[in-house]
Design a protein. Structure first.
Lengths: 170, 422
């Protein structure tokens, strides 16, 4: 065969120095590199926003974990994003205490304000909306997180304020 | 002894958690000094005699669980803290870790000495970002002050503690699934036996304990078994954190003597129901427990008593179902959670939960049929104990089966008229 078509399969990218530094730090906590798989995916996600195929392959090569095994871990956990997300991920708790106190209405409000449903990202890449299982904040329900920040005792007005604050920071 | 709230004595709302120095000045880190003068087996014996039961939900005697560890053989062994608090309606470990992280670290050091662990891991849910920051700070301070690392306080005992943050999966609360996750694998549960105490993390003896359980250890080894026993009401030992969510006047969680009744918790601590709402039923300890009704409010919050009433004490954080909230919708929400969080390893859970969710969706939309009741009853058995690999599906079946017991009229009316709570 003379006309072999070049593979379009994704290839591992180069991990950044900062990523490698943090992964190496995590490696000191465990006797086996495989244990660092999830932490490494989180580190990559922290810097890249999500875990692309190229990032997953890079971690797989770096820690010598078969890509299928690592993909199995990546897809298992709720907080590893295998698709691009917006700059700020809104995690709206939809479990029982928040549901009883009206999280469905809050969700409808966010959807109408930002024009995104669960799993969607705003056109300007500012926000992605994802439901999250019980945030363990039931006495202050309804609750949500934006990135690493927790927002509690929510009302539509509070949500408007939070969204405005993030927009102002951008 | 005047301390009657050993779990929360250092916690004050709005104030930063104690630093190492402040914690020590308040009597902290004494338990290791006391423990190291005893043999590890004797420390284990003290914990066993104290009557401390696991606070994660199962309620098994902690010292007894520890005593299943084989004698040390010089190879690594592990203490793992289950801080993956994801049981719907549960928010007590968040308080302990955010507000007094040194209590957990001290408990871990003393517990690790008892089981002769070489390394301790805290398996923390990733969403608890404040707990993560506070625990990292506390661990670093403990190292700086010679409470962690080589030859702690000049003894020949050495210990390292590391924080592992997870990425959100309820099944990680199952101890063998947690161990798989910590090894970097998918968090499917493992077959038992062997139990983790014998063969756990990387095949080594491993004890997995809940945060609150370990937070009880400093008190027991500082003030003694008799003091701990005296904290409980009647024959009960110690204190525990119980709480309330739902439409009550003052939702929250508080430390109280073991043996306190649900009524005291609901009325004295949580201030009773909000005006205009009445209690219809409650879940006594998380989403995976059977509903109880107002007839059960005078029960003490003790695993055995709650079991006799047909439920489980679970995490002892109760959720109130009020008269303006649809009970079928509540069960549907719980089942949706469990269906989403099923690891998919075994059929009753992977296939049963989405099926139940589908039926409950139909009922909420007014499309339920008479035959669905039979299917739901059948599913409770199909997902029940003995048919599944771990306790996830049997737990999920608990609110479902008890809703069929207490709210059959609601099911009937949903089938006839759809949901009239909307």
């Amino acid at each position: 065969m003379s006309n072999i078509i070049a593979s379009t399969a994704p290839k591992a990218r180069q991990l950044t120095e900062a990523e490698i530094h943090e992964i190496e730090h995590e490696k000191t906590h465990y006797p086996y590199a495989q244990a660092v798989g999830l932490e490494a995916l989180k580190i990559v996600q922290k810097y890249q926003g999500w875990v692309s195929d190229e990032s997953l392959l890079a971690v797989s090569e770096y820690l010598d974990i078969p890509p299928d095994d690592l993909e199995g871990v990546a897809t298992f956990f709720n907080m590893i994003f295998r698709r691009p997300v917006g700059k700020n991920v809104i995690l709206l708790c939809d479990s029982v205490a928040c549901w009883m106190l009206g999280c469905d209405d809050l969700k409808a409000h966010i959807t109408s304000e930002l024009g995104i449903d669960y799993g969607e990202t705003t056109d300007d890449d500012m926000f992605t909306l994802i439901p999250v299982p019980c945030l363990g904040d039931c006495d202050k329900a309804p609750s949500m997180m934006v990135g690493r920040e927790l927002y509690r005792s929510l009302t539509n007005e509070k949500i408007d304020q939070v969204i405005a604050d993030y927009k102002a920071k951008a | 002894m005047s301390i009657n709230n050993p779990l929360t004595k250092n916690i004050e709302e709005g104030r930063a958690p104690f630093t190492f120095k402040e914690y020590k000045a308040a009597g902290g880190y004494q338990s290791f000094t006391n423990a190291v003068k005893m043999s590890p087996r004797d420390v284990m014996g003290q914990v066993k005699d104290s009557g401390l039961g696991g606070r994660g939900g199962a309620g098994f005697n902690t010292g007894l669980k520890w005593s299943f560890s084989p004698d040390p053989d010089g190879l690594p062994r592990y203490l793992v803290i289950n801080a993956d608090e994801m049981e719907p309606g549960t928010f007590k470990d968040r308080l302990l870790m955010e507000s007094d992280p040194h209590l957990l670290i001290e408990g871990m050091i003393t517990a690790s000495y008892a089981i002769q662990a070489s390394t301790g891991y805290i398996f923390l849910r990733g969403e608890y970002t404040v707990a993560e920051e506070n625990l990292l700070k506390a661990i670093a301070e403990a190292y700086d002050n010679g409470m962690l690392g080589k030859n702690i306080q000049g003894s020949d005992y050495s210990l390292d503690i590391y924080l592992h943050t997870s990425a959100g999966r309820y099944i990680c609360g199952e101890e063998t699934a947690l161990i798989n996750a910590l090894e970097g694998k998918r968090a499917n549960p493992r077959f038992k036996p062997p139990f983790p105490q014998v063969s756990g993390l990387w095949g080594r003896p491993t004890l997995v304990n809940n945060v609150e359980t370990i937070c009880n250890i400093p008190g027991i080894l500082t003030h003694g078994v008799e003091w701990f026993k005296g904290l409980g009401l009647g024959d009960e030992c110690g204190t525990r954190i119980s709480g309330v969510s739902g439409r009550v006047k003052n939702p929250g969680c508080w430390e109280m003597p073991v043996g306190t009744t649900f009524r005291t918790l609901l009325e004295d601590y949580a201030g009773g129901m909000q005006d205009g709402y009445e209690m219809k039923a409650f879940l006594p300890g998380g989403g995976s427990t059977d509903f109880l009704t107002s007839d059960h409010l005078d029960l003490p919050m003790i695993p055995g008593d709650v079991a006799k009433a047909g439920s489980r004490l679970g995490t002892s954080l109760i959720m109130i179902l009020d008269d303006k909230t649809c009970p079928i919708g509540t069960v549907r929400n719980l089942i949706k959670f469990f269906a989403h969080e099923s690891c998919g390893w075994c059929t009753p859970c992977r296939d049963g939960l989405p099926w139940v969710e589908h039926i409950l969706n139909k009922m909420e939309e007014g499309e339920g049929e008479e035959k669905d009741i039979g299917v739901l009853k059948e599913m409770c058995g199909y997902m029940g104990p003995g048919n599944t690999f771990c306790a996830l599906a049997p737990g999920a079946a608990e609110p479902l089966q008890s809703s069929l017991k207490y709210f059959m009229d609601e099911y009937e009316s949903h089938i006839k008229h759809g949901c009239n709570y909307k």
